[in-house]
Design a protein around this ligand. Structure first.
Ligand SMILES: Cc1cc2nc3c(=O)[nH]c(=O)nc-3n(C[C@H](O)[C@H](O)[C@H](O)COP(=O)(O)OP(=O)(O)OC[C@H]3O[C@@H](n4cnc5c(N)ncnc54)[C@H](O)[C@@H]3O)c2cc1C
Ligand SMILES: *[C@@H]1O[C@H](CO)[C@@H](O)[C@H](O)[C@H]1NC(C)=O
Ligand SMILES: *[C@@H]1O[C@H](CO)[C@@H](O)[C@H](O)[C@H]1NC(C)=O
Length: 527
């Protein structure tokens, strides 16, 4: 019988893991090395090594309705794309509402997680922690949930940039970037066009003399502001849209790229990638085109070498007197506290069944939560992983044989390889709805569309045609939540509310009605 669970980390993944344990009658004990919850979303004036870090200007790139936990809709007044302190306040509210704080030990770092000698029988783990004052303690747990985040180890491939060691200016990884302070009047090269690279280039370009954005592969750039000013991730992302995309993949891809081209021609702007739209997570940035058109950001190819204070690009062009190079070159991950080799089998991808369970264990009593990325938000995925993993811990769900799991990982990896460009740095991509649905199906919480359409067409239509908001996974089955229907029925009100700063009541109601109607043809609107 599994009762005690060690949850490592109190970021968004850890919090929802604690909550899911409580829901299922387990006893969670969470260890958090810092002195507060929130993980990545707690801005730190001084980045701590081994911990995720954000810059002052971070705004969530998925909207609040898509990023919330399934039984905790965001307060209506919060903006759709929150600034990071507001997301932190949402997490705090979640932790307070479900009384999670009392299960968290702060300033306690997990230094080692080992199988007990009788592991094949008991499935138990010895978890060794270290308090800030240096006290060490070993406790035994029936299961472990690893929620330590994957933006912690900066990936700085200096060998790819000959001459960087003798560079006369300053260089650092985006992990260290806090704000544009100190870049006033400087000549800055930002390397890499992921979400961080794009943000930092925009940030810096407001004060720097000139910003150069160097990219090897280019990127598709999407805006948070979608059709009609609605949050971009709420329109064109329904179950029906997903079905259409599955049926006509190349048509939808073409339409999507056409639409992005209409906002700005990616070739003209020097951003045209080789890969197709759905082959890689796009860059979410509302300001980049504006910074490029004003010449504050100049797009450059890959760096060939660095000579003194000059940067030479692959097309032979040279930028002189560079003061700062920022490497937004992504992250590696690391689990220093786990038995070596538990999660890896060579390559960048972790060896995890469904991105959660290491397949080689005699007992499935250790799960990794939140090691995932997709086109949508991560928190609801982490929540689903936690709910699913806990059912496995409790023996309510059985994993396939080790052989079958390894096969599945292999198959999954090669599907990824075919579908997504540059898997090397993005080995964790999944498709939001199919991934959620497959776990939800096993859990018995996947929405029963047909039944809903027949019995409650109002809810059913929204589930089919509306954005796939997380509340859909609380309509039935274990963990069912009575508020889920209401949360789905009122989602557009919560979207509209923060805009309601200058608007009479009747107009507000009209707008909400219109938003719902717009959904009916969202596949057409979007494309
Ligand atoms: C710049 C940036 C912007 C992002 N924007 C979005 C977004 O808009 N939408 C979205 O869905 N996702 C976004 N993400 C992804 C983000 O990673 C997830 O949303 C989420 O924060 C992941 O949460 P987590 O709990 O898994 O990890 P984290 O938030 O990193 O939390 C991990 C926690 O574990 C603790 N910890 C680590 N090791 C130990 C140990 N050994 N012992 C004890 N405690 C430990 C850490 O102190 C930390 O508190 C963004 C990421 C970055 C870098
Ligand atoms: C987008 O524009 C670029 C450049 O004009 C072109 O190469 C590409 O085919 C366009 N894509 C679509 C789908 O229109
Ligand atoms: C948001 O940004 C993070 C960090 O760069 C990334 O992992 C995630 O996939 C992005 N989400 C979307 C919807 O683009």
């Amino acid at each position: 019988m599994v009762c005690t669970v060690a949850v490592i980390g109190a970021g968004p993944s850890g919090l929802t893991s604690i909550k899911s344990c409580l829901d299922e009658g387990l006893e969670p004990t969470c260890f958090e090395s810092s002195d507060d919850i929130g993980g990545l979303w707690r801005f730190k004036e001084h980045p701590d090594p081994g911990r995720a870090n954000i810059y002052q200007s971070v705004i969530i790139n998925s909207s609040k309705e898509m990023m919330s936990y399934s039984d905790f809709p965001p307060p209506a007044h919060l903006p759709n794309n929150m600034h990071h302190p507001q997301l932190l306040s949402y997490l705090r509210l979640y932790a307070q509402t479900f009384d999670l704080f009392k299960h968290i030990y702060f300033q306690t770092t997990v230094v080692s997680v080992r199988q007990r000698p009788d592991f094949p029988v008991s499935g138990q783990w010895e978890v060794e922690t270290e308090r800030r004052e240096g006290q060490r303690e070993i406790q035994v747990f029936d299961a472990v949930m690893v929620c330590t985040g994957h933006f912690t180890q900066p990936h700085l491939p200096l060998n790819d940039f000959p001459g960087i060691e003798e560079f006369e200016g300053r260089y650092f990884h985006s992990w260290e970037y806090l704000s544009a302070e100190g870049l006033q009047g400087k000549r800055v090269v930002v390397v890499g066009i992921g979400n961080s690279g794009g943000d930092i280039a925009v940030d810096a370009s407001r004060v720097a003399e000139q910003v150069y954005l160097s990219t090897r592969k280019g990127a598709w750039v999407v805006s948070r502001v979608g059709a009609g000013g609605l949050p971009g991730d709420l329109v064109g992302t329904s179950r029906l849209d997903r079905l259409v995309q599955k049926l006509f993949p190349s048509w939808i891809t073409m339409m999507m790229e056409k639409k992005l081209n209409r906002t700005f021609d990616h070739r003209l702007y020097g951003l045209q990638p080789k890969h197709r739209f759905f082959a890689q997570i796009p860059v979410v940035n509302d300001d980049l085109p504006g910074r490029i058109i004003s010449g504050r950001v100049l797009v450059k190819p890959n760096i060939r070498e660095i000579k003194g204070s000059s940067v030479v690009f692959e097309d032979g062009s040279v930028v002189e007197k560079v003061d700062v190079v920022v490497f937004a070159t992504g992250y590696n991950y690391d689990f220093p506290f786990l038995p070596s080799g538990l999660l890896t089998n060579g390559g960048h991808r972790l060896c995890l069944y469904r991105h959660v369970f290491p397949p080689g264990l005699a007992r499935p009593s250790l799960a990794v939560v939140g090691f995932i990325c997709n086109l949508g938000a991560i928190n609801p995925l982490a929540e689903m992983q936690a709910r699913w993993a806990i059912h496995v811990f409790k023996g309510l769900l059985t994993l396939p044989s080790q052989e079958a799991m390894l096969q599945d990982i292999k198959r999954d990896t090669s599907t990824l390889q075919n579908r997504f460009a540059c898997l090397e740095r993005h080995p964790l991509q999944v498709d939001h709805i199919p991934y959620m649905d497959s776990m939800a199906e096993e859990l018995g919480v996947r929405p029963n569309l047909l039944g809903l359409l027949l019995r409650e067409p109002g809810v059913g239509l929204r589930v089919l045609l509306g954005p796939c908001t997380p509340y859909q996974y609380r309509l039935r089955g274990p963990g069912q939540w009575d508020g889920a229907r209401q949360a789905i029925l009122t989602q557009w009100e919560r979207v509209a509310q923060p805009f309601r700063t200058r608007m009479p009541c009747i107009l507000f109601l009209l707008i909400i009605l219109e938003m719902f109607l717009q959904l009916l043809w969202s596949p057409l609107v979007v494309n």
